[in-house]
Design a protein. Structure first.
Length: 612
């Protein structure tokens, strides 16, 4: 067969209208080539022969799946370009699109700027900040050769027992709607008059974005990950679907279906929501991608009837399938289902048109390879300063002084002697949380960044002595010459189901560390967590001050900027802080709303205004 560059094909001509290019290319494709475009595989099975024999349209990195440990952006770009060369050796030379979870910076890549996770950004309520973070993230993602990020998560988390609450900007739909502005940063801001629902990507410094997980992922019963959201359609639309309208108006190019169910109907097989609502009613013209091996879960037991699962999902409106490993079987089954009339060719054509549309809009045919001129931008100072600003603005001051008339913060940076303690005072991995370096995160020096301890050392005067002990000794605690203590405790990193909890306490004996120190020394507690945790009154009263820092990421100095008073606190709770676990779920509109700290609460050092 002819190779595309041999003839003057319309789809090869960037001066032709996008829709003409889509139609022309689609008309030249075989069924197997169409099915290949609908197939996304994990990098570990993306061999050159797989790419060529199956015309694979997309590859992804699972969380942490990269060329090798601590690989730099240039190593990633080499890897991605290698896959692209294989894709371009196919008959029609359709470029592949590479996807990754860059959900708080390009968090899989060593040395990338790690921004606060979404719950912290929700505490800022700063749409402009979110957009600027999107711009910076897109640059660092493109520097690694990757063109597509599975972000933002626009879940509205209604129950902190959910292991993904930190990926949600807020329990409040309006805050989530506001923070979708990150899409305009990632993809570029569409011009006035841009068609709502039509994908928009400005250029080579932007990424394809992905609003996820459609729809109701944050509203499952008891916060069970991949669970069941039980609600009227009106509530589903009002609480969980509203942010998607903002995503579509910004030209979001892809939407990821949720693992969860709505009133018992699995989203991945729900034609009403995926097609009649998202595509037909809301006018979405990008592509809908499945979640990881989500089709397998449409059968019971999972994977027991592949053809039924594929039939259900594709006919419901899934366009691209994140297989991610058993792609030979997937392609064979999908081709079989089309050839036997169980899936109409019109459905396949609709899916492939959407995928090609995004690839043309993203300019992948003209610029399929990494732009190496971007490499210096990874982890650059302007990006780290932006992350530091985000950290600062996300800090929520919950308590300031045992006597409100005697505020404890800001701390004296010229104090004679400071004790720094706790499991999270000097652990970059802990302060970054899940989806960093690996899928579910890990402790230690996982990338380049500044821990709380390091930030304190930079912030204080030369005369100040800092004593650092994770678990302070009795001798240290017996000293009478320590001005004050800073105790940083919190959660270990987690992702998805590994974060689901049936109790929400501070791990690693955090309360004991706090008590041992605060019983003897004036103490500021910094809580590193993806969500509110139980704070017993007896523990709370021992603290002189308490800051919710969420999962701040690599730039620890954003925390000291406020605790030492260079800036005032401005963060406000994006989620309700429950008084007792038994209250859950507890949201602003709950009937008996009696939280420890209400949604919107946040103190400042200088003003007494406690709630937004
Ligand atoms: C995961 C997550 C989804 C992520 C995808 C690829 O299971 O649910 O948010 O984008 O797989 O890593």
């Amino acid at each position: 067969m002819e190779k595309a560059e041999d003839l003057n094909f319309i789809y090869r001509n960037p001066n032709e209208p996008i829709e003409a290019r889509v139609k022309d290319l689609l008309s030249r494709m075989t069924l197997k080539e169409k099915v290949g475009q609908m197939t996304q595989i994990e990098r570990r099975v993306a061999t050159p022969s797989a790419m060529k024999d199956f015309s694979i349209g997309s590859i992804l990195s699972a969380g942490g799946s990269g060329p090798f440990e601590n690989a730099l952006s240039a190593d990633w770009a080499d890897m991605v370009d290698g896959f692209q060369r294989s894709a371009l050796e196919t008959r029609l030379q359709i470029p592949m699109v590479y996807g990754i979870d860059a959900v708080h910076g390009n968090n899989n890549v060593y040395g990338a700027t790690i921004f606060p996770h979404n719950v912290g950004l929700g505490a800022t309520r700063d749409a402009d900040l979110a957009e600027r973070i999107g711009v910076a993230t897109a640059l660092e993602v493109r520097a690694s050769g990757i063109q597509y990020t599975f972000a933002p998560c626009v879940a509205v988390c209604r129950d902190p027992r959910w292991g993904r609450c930190y990926e949600s900007y807020s329990e409040d739909t309006e805050i989530v709607r506001k923070m979708t502005s990150i899409i305009s940063g990632l993809q570029g801001k569409p011009p006035q008059g841009h068609e709502k629902g039509y994908p928009f990507i400005m250029g080579r410094n932007n990424t394809i974005a992905c609003a996820k997980h459609f729809v109701g992922d944050g509203g499952t019963h008891k916060g069970l990950n991949e669970g069941n959201t039980i609600s009227s359609y009106d509530d589903l639309e009002r609480i969980h679907m509203a942010p998607y309208l903002d995503c579509l108006s910004q030209g979001v190019s892809t939407v990821m279906a949720s693992f969860s169910s709505w009133n018992g109907s699995k989203l991945h097989a729900d034609r009403f929501l995926l097609t009649e609502v998202l595509k037909d009613k809301l006018g979405f013209k990008g592509f809908v991608i499945s979640d990881w091996a989500a089709l397998d879960k449409l059968c019971d037991p999972p994977g027991s009837n592949n053809r039924f699962c594929i039939l259900s999902a594709i006919n419901a409106g899934i366009d691209m399938v994140m297989v991610p490993f058993k792609f030979e079987q997937f392609v064979e089954d999908l081709v079989y289902l089309v050839e036997h009339g169980e899936i109409p060719m019109s459905r396949i054509d609709d899916a492939v048109e959407r995928i090609l549309r995004v690839k043309f809009v993203a300019g992948l045919f003209e610029h399929p390879f990494a732009d190496r001129s971007l490499l210096d931008i990874v982890g650059c100072k302007p990006h780290r300063d932006l992350a530091r600003e985000a950290v600062r603005k996300s800090m929520v001051l919950l308590k300031n002084g045992k006597d409100p008339r005697k505020p404890f913060l800001p701390l004296d940076r010229k104090a004679k002697r400071i004790l720094v303690a706790g499991t999270h005072a000097d652990d970059l991995g802990y302060q970054c949380g899940g989806w960093t370096a690996t899928w579910d995160g890990k402790s230690g020096r996982i990338t380049i960044g500044t821990t709380i301890l390091e930030a304190i050392k930079k912030a204080v005067g030369d005369e100040t002595e800092i004593i650092y002990e994770q678990y302070p000794s009795t001798d240290t605690l017996a000293r009478q010459d320590i001005s004050f203590a800073i105790v940083a405790v919190g959660e270990d990193p987690y992702a998805e189901f590994t974060g689901d909890r049936s109790e929400l306490v501070i791990p690693f004996n955090g309360p004991d560390i706090i008590s041992s120190v605060a019983d003897r020394i004036p103490t500021l507690v910094i809580l590193i967590s993806g969500r509110p945790l139980t704070l017993e009154p007896s523990l709370l009263e021992k603290m002189d001050a308490l800051v919710a820092a969420w999962l701040p990421g690599s730039e620890g100095e954003g925390m000291t900027d406020v605790i030492f008073g260079d800036y005032d606190f401005e963060g406000k709770l994006p989620v309700t802080w429950f008084k007792s676990f038994e209250q859950l779920p507890l949201n602003v509109e709950s009937n008996s709303y009696d939280p420890l700290y209400p949604f919107g609460f946040g103190l400042t050092c200088n003003k007494k205004k406690a709630i937004q």
